[in-house]
Each structure stands twice: as C-alpha cells, then as structure tokens.
Design a protein around this ligand. Structure first.
Ligand code: NAD
Ligand code: UGA
Length: 469
C-alpha cells in the first residue's frame, strides 16, 4: 500500500489530497501542517476553507484513508510519496524583494524531509515554484547523505478556487515532470499511477522537470494576460461607446482565441496571478531577458491601472469627493464562491476610497469581519517600490462598517461598488435598495453583474466596467 503525505493543509493541499483519498481508497493520505489551528479545523465540522463540494468529499474520506495531523515529522517519515504544498509568496525583503518567490517555507520543509527520512521517497513539488527549484531541492535533500534516495517530481496544480473540486475531478491536464533517468521515469510512472485512478491517460502529461515547473508559471501568466488584455479594452470601450462584453464575445468566437476568461473586471486578485507573474519577471531579469521581463510586467501594471481607474471613476462621478459619504461595498472575496481575500481588488478599491475619506459599509457572504478588518489594517506592499510600504489609513477602522446583509450595507448609502460577482448580487431587489439610498444613487459595477438598462430605469446612475457611460 502506497502512503502519501502532503506538507501544507491550505487551499491546494487540502482539496487535492481529499480528491486523491476519494479516488484511491487503498492509498492512505495524511495532510500535515505546522499550523495546529488549521489542522484542528480540517478535523472539525467547519473546514478552514470554503470550497463548493469539499465538505462532502472530506466527510466521505476523513478517518477512512484521509487524515489531518500536526505531527509533521512522523507522517513524512512514514510516507512513500511526499507532496509539498506550502505557500511560496513574493519576497518582501532582501534580494529580489517585490518579485522573487520566497522559498523559505519550501526550504524548511525540504530540510525536515531530509532529516526525518529513513526510507527512499518521491518528493513532489505541488507548490508553484521558480523554474530550476528542483535542482536546489535536490541539493538540500541529499545534503546529509544518509544513503536515502529521493526522486523529485514537479506536479504543479491548476485548480482555481471556487471550482477546485470540479477542477480536480475533471482536470484539463495533470502535469508530471521528472528526471530523464530510469529512476526519475520510475517515479513519474508511480505518480501517474495515482492520478490514473480517475484521470484519463491522455490527460496525464509527462515531461522534463524544467518544462513542468515553467509551464505552471507560463499558464498563470497567459491567463492573467487575457484579463489584462480585456481590461485594457474596457478602458477604450468606455471612451468610445463600445461595450466590452460585446467586444469580448466577438473576439472569443474566434476558435483560436476561445471565449473563456475574457470577463472584464475591476482587476484580477487571488494569491497567485500577481505573485507568479512577478516571479516570472524576476527569473527573466536574472537571465538578462529585460524585454521579456518588461512584457510580462505590463500585465500587472494594467491590473493596478484598472483598480485605480475604478476608484477614480467612483470619486469623480460623485462630484469629486466621497468624504463622509456612505459607500456600500458588495463583495470582498477575490472572486465568487470563495472566502479567500488574498490580493483581492476590493482591498485596493477600499484603500482608495478610504483615502478620500469615504464611510464604507462592507458585505460579503463568505468573508468574516475579522478578515476584512485585518486586510484593511495591513500596510500595502508596493511591489514596484519594495522599499516603501504604503501605510494603511490610521482612521480606516472608524470609517469601516462590516454588515451581514446587502440591504443593510446599502441603506442610506450614496453609492454601491460591486467588487465580487456573487450570484446573490444579481437577484437583489434593486428597486427596494434604490428607495433606501441617498439620491442621486450611484452603482459602480466592477463585475458586470447588474443589467445596466434596468438599473437606469429604476433611477440609478450606473457605471459598469467597459460599458458605454
Ligand atoms: P496556503 O497558504 O493556503 O497553504 C500553505 C500551508 O502550508 C499553510 O497552512 C502553512 O501553515 C503550511 N506550511 C508552510 N510551511 C510549512 C512547513 N514547513 N511544514 C508544514 N506546513 C507548512 O497556500 P495555498 O493557497 O494552498 O498555495 C500553496 C501553493 O500552491 C503555492 O505555491 C501556490 O502558488 C500554489 N497554488 C495555489 C493555488 C490556489 O488556488 N490557492 C492554485 C494552484 C497552485
Ligand atoms: C488561478 C488559475 O485560474 C488556476 O488555474 C491556477 O491554478 C491558480 O490561479 C493558481 O495558480 O493559484 P484562481 O486565482 O483561484 O485560479 O481563480 P481564477 O478563476 O483564475 O480568478 C483569478 C482572478 O481573475 C479573480 O479575481 C477573478 O475574478 C479574475 N478574473 C477571472 C477576471 O477578472 N476575469 C475573468 O475572465 C476571469
């Protein structure tokens, strides 16, 4: 019986291992983490992350062949395959600050694996890492030369939050990169055999280690680039009277381009797109590829531009000041169907409005008040000027109110900013909302959620990203 251990019980480690446990009942899967509170939550009825369908899978497998533990060393020592799915954030200090991936967590996990191992293991890079990381990991794993053999594989994860279980159940592809030696290929086959329990053979793609590592960064860069491309078009649509949804539809009908991932928005968020592109930019710079670095950097620049353009639109439309005005923020998560707020566009928009002295009333169906306050209290890291932290507004906490209902958030508000495309925002009774707002009542739709014509009929002044004004 194969034993799997996954280091890191986060958004990737938890759901990915739950799916392996579900599909491979004969394999024992243990997810370990240094965060005891996270492990306790995984063992409770209230899982630490919200992801549609996850609860059912965890309930079906937990205590059968899926376990969550903070006894990291024991379970790593026992495992045949060790996935490493720890966080790899952007470095905020030192060499490469603001761009390079911070591999501190990865390195400490690798050192621990080397120290506690008493048998040969396959070590799988599940975290997104810079190309060539496997080479460094290999050095760390073999540093104490105990005669134990490690094979390192790259098996990047492509799930998106909010659809993680569906993405894991029916992945477009599973990528496995390994050394081109007989031992390396044996390890690749062993991991491929795990996925073969439910993923069709033609979707399990094997390649060399460096291609697999780089493919993950490339895929995220391409995806984010589509959003920045359509968002750049949205700015042009607003000034020319074109409608970005119609333009995206027409463009996406070209089968070479495809229709998905062309929704214009207030800007992409999430823990990965910006981090992974900056990481790519850094790798290009380190390899002397200045032009290539510059090209990818623009994807992040356009995203920042889109967020500040949105704030400017709100303030300028509301007679150039929002000081003392109540503004409802509908949605705070970086996308619908998740409670994750990492790098959410809502943080930057709220900061912009707070800087103009607005009073914010924030509602999100999945994000807690604590989380929202923590996010808004944090100094913002400026990736372009890593030596300067942008301090949060000292009065921010007094200017923010977090409520548990969209109607409450919008009562007596001058304006509404829609930051997340939660389905419930489509079905709100906007007539009722309009009645309870200060007039003129503004709606700034950062997600193209509302029907602009209908909202205008109700009486709202509506601004929707990329739509004719
Ligand atoms: P996360 O922060 O949710 O989880 C990481 C976990 O690792 C944390 O719980 C942390 O306590 C734990 N950890 C850190 N160091 C540890 C150590 N030495 N020993 C044991 N536990 C340790 O992160 P995440 O969102 O799951 O992302 C993990 C990786 O996967 C990142 O590299 C990310 O880029 C990549 N990724 C994320 C997504 C996503 O949707 N979130 C999708 C694909 C890939
Ligand atoms: C993204 C990728 O889609 C995953 O394949 C990848 O595994 C993951 O990053 C990762 O490496 O972390 P995720 O960030 O969870 O997944 O969610 P996405 O659906 O990609 O959305 C990212 C951001 O882009 C969200 O803020 C979303 O609202 C925004 N977006 C997405 C748009 O503005 N327009 C679109 O058309 C699509």
């Amino acid at each position: 019986m194969v034993k799997i251990c996954c280091i890191g019980a986060g958004y990737v480690g938890g759901p990915t291992m739950a799916m392996i446990a579900l599909k491979c009942p004969e394999i024992e899967v243990v997810v370990v983490d240094i965060s005891v509170s996270r492990i306790n939550a995984w063992n409770s009825d209230r899982l630490p992350i919200f992801e549609p369908g996850l609860d059912d899978v965890v309930k079906a497998c937990r205590a059968r062949n899926l376990f969550f533990s903070s006894d990291v060393e024991k379970h790593v020592a026992d495992a045949d395959i060790v996935f490493v799915s720890v966080n790899t954030p952007t470095k905020t200090r030192g060499l490469g600050a603001g761009k390079a991936a911070d591999l501190t967590y990865w390195e400490s996990a690798a050192r621990m694996i080397a120290d506690v191992s008493k048998s040969d293991k396959i070590v799988v890079e599940k975290s997104t890492v810079p190309v060539k990381t496997a080479e460094a990991i290999e050095k760390i794993l073999t540093h104490n030369n105990k005669g134990i053999h490690f094979q390192i594989l790259s098996n990047p994860e492509f799930l998106a939050e909010g659809t993680a279980m569906e993405d894991l159940m029916r992945p477009d592809r599973v990528l496995i990169g390994g050394r081109e030696t007989p031992e390396g290929q044996k390890a690749v086959s062993a991991l491929a055999a795990v996925y073969a329990h439910w993923v069709p053979q033609d979707r399990i793609i094997t390649m060399n280690l460096w291609s697999a590592e780089l493919s993950k960064l490339a895929a995220n860069a391409f995806l984010a680039q589509r959003i920045s491309s359509v968002n750049a078009m949205s700015a042009l649509c607003e000034t020319t009277g074109a409608d970005v949804a119609e333009v995206a539809y027409a463009v996406g009908k070209d089968s070479r381009i495809g229709s998905r991932f062309l929704n214009s928005s207030v800007g992409f968020g999430g823990s990965c797109f910006q981090k992974d592109i900056l990481n790519l930019v850094y790798i290009c710079e380190c390899n002397g590829l200045t032009e290539v670095a510059h090209y990818w950097k623009q994807v992040v620049h356009i995203n920042d531009y889109q967020k500040s353009r949105f704030v400017n639109r709100v303030v300028s439309s509301m007679f150039n000041t929002v000081a003392g005005k109540k503004i409802a923020i509908l949605g705070f998560a970086f996308k619908k169907d998740t409670g994750d707020t990492r790098e959410t566009a809502a943080i930057d928009v709220c900061h912009g409005l707070l800087g103009d002295k607005a009073q914010l009333s924030i509602y999100d169906p999945q994000v807690t008040e604590d989380q929202i306050r923590r996010d808004l209290a944090m100094n913002k890291f400026d990736w372009d000027h890593p030596q300067h932290l942008v301090p949060s507004s000292p009065t921010a906490s007094k200017q923010v109110n977090v409520v548990w209902d969209a109607y409450e958030a919008t009562r007596n508000a001058h304006g509404i900013c829609i930051m997340t495309e939660w389905d419930e925002f489509k079905g709100l009774d906007y007539g009722r909302i309009y009645e309870n707002m200060v007039k003129p009542a503004f709606v700034f739709d950062g997600r193209n959620v509302v029907n602009v014509e209908e909202m205008r009929k109700i009486g709202f002044i509506v601004y929707s990203v990329g739509k004719p004004l």
